[in-house]
Design a protein around this ligand. Structure first.
Ligand code: AMP
Length: 114
C-alpha cells in the first residue's frame, strides 16, 4: 500500500514542524491549524485508525496519550487547558488514514463540536 502523508513525514520525505520525537512516535504542528495551538501525535507504526489498533498495543496507545499531555505542557497549554481529539473513519472526519491524536488549545473551544 502506498505511503500516507504522515508516513512521508515520519520518513522525512516531506517537511513538517516536528516538536517531539521518540523511537515510536512523532509530534508535529498541524499544517491547517484549527486553534492557536494545534499539533498531532502519531505512532510511527502504521494503524489506519484507532479501531484497527490491536489489544496488544494498549501500551503504545497509553504512551501516545501521555506524550500528548507532555507536549501540551511543553507548548504552554497545561494551565489553561486543551482538547484531545481522535477522528476515526469517515463520519468521524478522518482524512489521513494513519492514527493521529489532535491536540488543540490556545483559545476556549466550543462543545459540542459541529
Ligand atoms: P483528520 O481530519 O483527523 O484526518 O486530520 C488530519 C489532519 O492532518 C488535518 O488537521 C490536516 O490539517 C493535517 N495535515 C494534513 N497534511 C499535513 C501535513 N503535511 N503536515 C501537517 N499536518 C497535516
Amino acid at each position: 500500500m502506498s505511503k500516507s502523508i504522515f508516513e512521508k513525514i515520519i520518513d522525512r520525505e516531506i517537511p513538517a514542524q516536528i516538536i517531539h520525537e521518540t523511537d515510536e512516535l512523532l509530534a508535529f504542528r498541524d499544517v491547517n491549524p484549527q486553534a492557536p495551538a494545534h499539533f498531532l501525535i502519531i505512532p510511527k507504526k502504521r494503524f489506519h485508525r484507532l479501531a484497527e489498533v490491536p489489544a496488544d498495543e494498549a501500551g503504545l496507545l497509553g504512551r501516545l496519550l501521555l506524550a500528548a499531555a507532555a507536549v501540551a505542557r511543553q507548548e504552554g497549554l497545561a494551565a489553561d487547558g486543551y482538547r484531545i481529539v481522535i477522528n476515526n473513519g469517515a463520519n468521524g472526519g478522518e482524512t489521513v488514514p494513519h492514527l493521529h491524536i489532535h491536540v488543540l488549545g490556545g483559545r476556549a473551544l466550543q462543545w459540542p463540536p459541529g
